[in-house]
Design a protein around this ligand. Structure first.
Ligand SMILES: Nc1ncnc2c1ncn2[C@@H]1O[C@H](COP(=O)(O)OP(=O)(O)OP(=O)(O)O)[C@@H](O)[C@H]1O
Ligand code: SF4
Ligand SMILES: [Mg+2]
Length: 335
């Protein structure tokens, strides 16, 4: 364990803090191909406040799931740090990490991707306790499963069902019950509704909202849908090709980064049939294996200048921006 992260005087320290968090992947070298490197997450500094919902949004491949796995140390960082409640995750022993894992859990897009399909709901929900070595007798197991199922709105008669007998929404409720089994404080939700129908999506979001408020949970909520993130989250982190390009301190703040603006224009309309995609689809997304020297968004950005193509913009708070609003852009848009 190392030092407690520094926070602004008067405000409680964030539950989770990353500094310079970076993860590099290497492509396999072949007989004729050179090994190439891709920085999936690059120099990410994040403060995740307690009891709040922090959203991470960006297009496919921008590094959201890699960031999710790094903050839970399901994946090791190439460089940089993650502190959870003052504990440096990289400095923990395996038993220290296992103890901390009780306090931080993940909900996946496809909950049964990480659960043995031969497990019934009862077994799936109890698995985290088994992994932690917590022994319960049969009666205590039954009552634990019943209370978790009630918490996520699942009929207890489903306890002996198997995944193929459940709907998508029911499976996701099992995933949430499982994540809550160890009474964690922090949940990382990686696109938990992306594979569900719109009406089921709304029910799961309502459940997550209720649980967050009732249990005082801290969420890191990942989505490619800025409309959903603006509805659900207290703070919004926008990523583009591995980097944070804008942090909105509240969901009503006007985006000042051209990418966030384009994302907003393409996702603002809740009805997917009527969404405008005009702005976003200009230009090709840069090759993640071969990023340009300057701003990675320059090839798609209508405001790109010569400076943008040669000098990478750093994340900072521009003049006139609200406290906590930062962006990485040489030519911030007016608010
Ligand atoms: N294990 C891995 N080995 C090599 N490259 C990887 C690995 N995991 C992720 N990547 C690459 O890292 C980049 C970021 O991937 P990641 O899955 O984090 O993106 P994402 O934002 O979650 O995308 P999506 O919205 O499609 O889920 C992508 O280019 C991806 O191909
Ligand atoms: S730095 Fe330049 S290219 Fe990048 S988003 Fe800002 S204006 Fe566009
Ligand atoms: Mg992902």
């Amino acid at each position: 364990m190392t030092e407690t992260p520094v926070s602004a005087i008067g405000s409680p320290p964030p539950l989770l803090q990353t500094r310079g968090l970076t993860r590099v992947f290497h492509s396999r070298a072949g007989l004729f191909a050179k090994q190439r490197t891709l920085t999936a997450v690059s120099q990410v500094d994040l403060d995740i406040p307690r009891g709040r919902v922090t959203g991470v949004v960006g297009e496919s491949g921008c590094g959201k799931s890699t960031l999710a796995r790094l903050v839970l140390r399901l994946l090791d960082a190439s460089s940089g740090s993650v502190h959870f409640d003052g504990n440096d995750l990289a400095g923990l022993s395996s038993s220290g990490l296992r103890a901390l894992r009780r306090r931080m859990q993940m909900v996946f897009q496809d909950p049964y991707s990480s659960i043995d399909p031969r497990y019934s709901v009862h077994e799936a929900v109890l698995e985290p306790l088994r992994i932690q070595g917590l022994a319960l007798d049969e009666a205590a197991k039954r009552s634990k499963v019943e209370s978790l199922m009630a918490m996520v709105g699942l009929n207890p008669v489903l306890a002996d069902s198997y995944p193929h007998q459940l709907s998508g929404g029911q499976k996701q409720r099992v995933g949430i019950a499982r994540a809550l089994a160890l009474q964690p404080e922090f949940l990382v939700l990686d696109e938990p509704t992306a594979s569900l129908d719109v009406s089921i999506q709304a029910q799961i979001i309502a459940l997550l909202e209720q649980l967050q408020a009732d249990l005082g949970l801290t969420y890191l909520f990942i989505s490619h849908d800025l409309g959903l993130v603006r509805y659900f989250c207290h703070r919004i982190v926008v990523m583009y090709l591995g980097r944070v390009v804008e942090i909105l301190p509240d969901p009503t703040a006007a985006p000042r980064h051209p990418y966030t603006r384009a994302l907003m224009e393409s996702t603002f309309e809740p009805d997917p049939q009527r969404r405008r995609t005009v702005t976003l689809l200009h230009g090709e997304i840069a090759d993640a294996f071969n990023l340009p020297a300057g701003c990675a968004y320059a090839a798609r950005c209508p405001h790109a200048s010569q400076r943008c193509r040669s000098e990478r913009p750093e994340l900072s708070q521009p003049a006139g921006a609200d406290q906590g609003h930062s962006l990485a852009c040489h030519h911030p848009l007016g608010s």
